[in-house]
Design a protein around this ligand. Structure first.
Ligand code: ADP
Ligand code: MG
Ligand code: ZN
Length: 478
């Protein structure tokens, strides 16, 4: 029997608003435990939630880039359950009228081709706190700082067939949300985590098999391995005459296995009902139009445009648009008159090399379009040689600063003076008579050596082309 795997994804994304969804506490990651809470996030009786408009704005923007229909009149519902990290004993979520529904995402696959998957819905909710287990003392502490951090949950239809499709979709999702600036999507900090719903069925069958759900996967590696393991487990179970039970399972990264956690609960188990503390959200045409006007050009559109407008390669376009700050630096540098190919080469080469050397994202470096344009112009006109220009870039990378001021302060201007170059060549020739005879004996390598020595004598600050010309001229005179 040939089996087909069917996967539906629920993705939780933490929104990067400065404050929480229903109170003014900070959402900052990594604060000392329980320093970013108030009666609303701690769920004290009588504390009343007030919706943060920033959360609504971010959720609607996210829904728009996923092709969803926006619900003009949506509402919050209480999802009741007790867990120590949820002091209110209910989560504020949206079940009956989520903010958006019926989207569609098309993305390219690494092996080539495209895939479209449908979005069932997108809704807003609050995050719970964190339990910290100490294996030495056997005690568990609770940190409520994360209580009330805004989340959107994006639920797909069961449209995925492979782990590669799932990760390609997540790449696209991350990229779009990062471009919008609604989330940093840092999986390692838990700002993007997935529940994988998976079933198997005989190939050709259209009915869905019984699914299991694996909770809170927070790396691509874990997602791929969990999908591979779980589909094999289900196939082996069915082929052995057994039946898949609908249940929630936990992915154990160390054991490389999914383990049962609890049998699947239904919506009824949560006794959902509309939250009486929060009024319905009614969106006007004007408000939505304003949001549309603020939508940035997304990476995919930029890629197509760069290819057409600047003739850049597919791979270069992909890297340039992989971070919004990088793409913007590129466009602004080109707008200052730098030839786009040159700007692209500098960004893809030395600039990205600096980013990785400093472990920084493009948005955190201090290189401005003006600085980059000036550096490139100096190299083009012979004022700096390329390797010196890269040193200047490195020196100003995290501090910023004026390129010309730095160059003159450190005496880095390229030696263009023909006399200075000529003198250096004289000295090098006097010191290396053997290389000259070698050259005339047919050893081409000797030329490179003489050029290298002269560059060195000029502290690497001359144009290599000029030095090469001077050395050749001198050789002809010998
Ligand atoms: P719940 O909210 O109870 O977890 P939903 O029916 O809303 O359940 O589905 C949650 C996710 O599971 C969705 O992404 C959906 O596409 C997926 N899903 C539902 N049924 C199946 C199935 N038989 N196989 C794989 N995925 C499924
Ligand atoms: Mg679920
Ligand atoms: Zn609070």
């Amino acid at each position: 029997m040939i089996w087909e795997t069917v996967i539906g994804l629920e993705t939780h994304v933490e929104l990067s608003t400065r404050t929480k969804i229903f109170c003014a506490c900070s959402t900052r990651f990594g604060g000392a435990p329980n320093t970013q809470c108030c009666p609303v996030c701690a769920g004290l009786p009588g504390a009343l939630p007030v919706l943060n408009e920033g959360v609504l704005t971010y959720a609607v923007k996210a829904a728009l880039v996923l092709g969803c229909a926006i619900t003009r009149r949506s509402r919050f519902d209480r999802k009741n359950y007790f867990y120590p990290d949820l002091p209110r004993a209910y989560q504020i979520s949206q079940l009956y009228c989520p903010i958006a529904r019926d989207g569609e995402v098309t993305f390219s696959l690494p092996a080539g081709g495209h895939r479209t998957i449908r979005i069932h819905e997108l809704h807003m909710e609050d995050d719970a706190g964190k339990l910290i287990h100490n294996p030495e003392t056997g005690r568990t502490s609770i940190d409520y700082n994360r209580c009330g951090v805004p989340l959107i949950e994006i639920v797909t239809e069961p449209d995925f067939r492979t782990g590669e499709e799932v990760t390609a979709y997540l790449e696209t999702l991350k990229e779009r949300l990062q471009y919008l600036g609604v989330s940093d999507c840092r999986m390692q900090e838990g700002s993007l985590r997935c529940d994988v719903n998976l079933s198997v069925r005989p190939q050709g069958s259209t009915a869905l098999g019984t699914r299991t759900e694996m909770k809170n996967l927070s790396s691509f590696r874990a997602i791929l391995r969990a999908i591979a393991f779980e589909s094999q487990r289900q196939i082996a179970l069915i082929e052995g005459g057994g039946q898949v039970v609908q249940e929630t399972r936990r992915w154990d990264e160390d054991q490389n296995a999914s383990l049962p956690m609890r049998t699947k609960e239904n919506a009824q188990d949560y006794r959902y009902f509309p939250d009486p503390d929060l009024p319905p959200i009614v969106l006007s045409d004007g408000w939505l139009a304003r949001l549309w006007a603020e939508m940035p050009e997304l990476a995919e559109a930029k890629r197509d445009r760069y290819r057409a407008q600047f003739g850049l390669s597919e791979a270069d376009c992909k890297t340039l648009t992989s971070q919004r700050a990088l793409a913007e630096l590129f466009e602004q540098t080109a707008a200052l008159g730098t030839p786009p190919k040159q700007a692209a080469n500098w960004l893809l080469g030395p600039v990205l090399a600096q980013c990785s050397a400093h472990g920084l994202e493009a948005k955190d470096m201090r290189i401005t379009p003006q600085m980059l344009a000036r550096l490139i112009a100096l190299v083009q006109t012979g004022g700096l040689n390329r390797s010196t220009a890269i040193e200047v870039l490195a020196a100003l990378f995290t501090t910023g600063g004026d390129v010309d001021a730095y160059v003159s302060e450190h005496g880095l201007n390229q030696v263009c003076d023909a006399d200075l170059v000529g003198e250096a060549v004289e000295r090098v020739f006097a010191a290396n008579p053997k290389s000259i005879t070698d050259y005339w004996a047919g050893k081409e390598k000797a030329l490179g050596f003489l050029v290298g020595q002269t560059m060195r004598a000029l502290h690497d600050r001359a144009s290599p082309q000029a030095v090469q010309a001077a050395v050749r001229k001198k050789l002809r005179q010998n």
